[in-house]
Design a protein around this ligand. Sequence first.
Ligand SMILES: NC(=O)c1ccc[n+]([C@@H]2O[C@H](COP(=O)([O-])OP(=O)(O)OC[C@H]3O[C@@H](n4cnc5c(N)ncnc54)[C@H](O)[C@@H]3O)[C@@H](O)[C@H]2O)c1
Ligand SMILES: [Zn+2]
Length: 353
Amino acid sequence: MNKITINTAVPYDVVMERGLLSRAGELALGVSDQCKVCIVTDENTHRLYNDTVAESMALSGFDVYKITFPGGEMTKTIDYFSTLLEFLAENQFTRSDMLVALGGGVIGDLTGFAAASYLRGVGFIQIPTTLLAAVDASVGGKTAINLVAGKNLAGAFHQPKLVIYDPATAETLSHDIFLDGLAEAAKSGVIEDRELFEYILAADEPPFSEFVMRLVDSSVRVKAKLVEQDEHDGGVRQLLNFGHTSAHAIERLSNYDISHGHAVATGMLIASKAALVNKWSRSDCYSQIKTFLVRYGYDTECRFTPEQMAAAASVDKKRRGDTISVVIPLDIGECALMDIPASGLVDFFKAGI
Ligand SMILES: NC(=O)c1ccc[n+]([C@@H]2O[C@H](COP(=O)([O-])OP(=O)(O)OC[C@H]3O[C@@H](n4cnc5c(N)ncnc54)[C@H](O)[C@@H]3O)[C@@H](O)[C@H]2O)c1
Ligand SMILES: [Zn+2]
């Protein structure tokens, strides 16, 4: 079994191997006594994987409760958050009980925030089932729900006790949802791991499970390195936002029709082109990132004008006062944070689009 330890204030492991869903109970006993567990799923992960995980938890002596929400981003709302908290209270969950997030980033973020808030904090386990959640959302302890005014506007830092990944879950993902996660994995490569990026570019149809394990293993190592240095996101952790200033603008402008990972792919292309045009990067990262987009069939055109993008990006969370932090690739495997004035955003997008 592959294991990566995340050395945050309270360290925890990310374990990954095919078949781990049916060993969830045994693995949970490594981080918790037998207790009540609430398995949180959306309708898809409930249908596909809840029986396996629930049976395993029950066999290991946990008292299993289940709650299932609709699938998709609309589930990260204050209404479902409150439904989950009330469910825990009605069933008399205590501080020694635990939540289990079995799903993609939506379920992980919602469950994590409920675990951070209920009784001022109970333990939780992440069992990511999308590639995006495995390479990114399930690790690092950021939890959140959306408000009407925008995405992830309420949340907390709350690290899981354990992350369990079974690469077999990638086999039921649609191609588009798989590509969401692949974009975040490629992002990890551009930020910090040139070999990973080159592996993704050159991969010649390796066995699917092997490909997925490599993406998750390498991306989690990149994320661990940055999160360990900056758990609360005040410095180097922000490098993980490469491509995200544009991505959030694209998501918002498309009314969330363009999904996060696809928007990140376009966002990486925009940031690398702006860096090339402005001579901020040492090498032509733009061409290599474009090759990645073309090879895997992402959209290489941005549908929005520089002016629209700048207006949408200027309300970004990464804005502090009159400056906005963007991540610039210096080379594949090395990025830097750069503050640009909000008034310079249009020029940034003119260079990048
Ligand atoms: N906390 C963080 O650090 C962090 C990082 C990145 C993204 N996020 C958040 O993650 C969310 C996006 O996550 P996502 O892309 O996983 O979306 P998601 O959770 O909505 O999952 C996408 C779809 O895939 C389905 N699904 C999940 N696993 C499946 C499987 N194995 N087989 C078939 N279908 C499956 C889901 O039901 C859903 O319909 C966003 O809300 C984003 O803000 C959080
Ligand atoms: Zn992202």
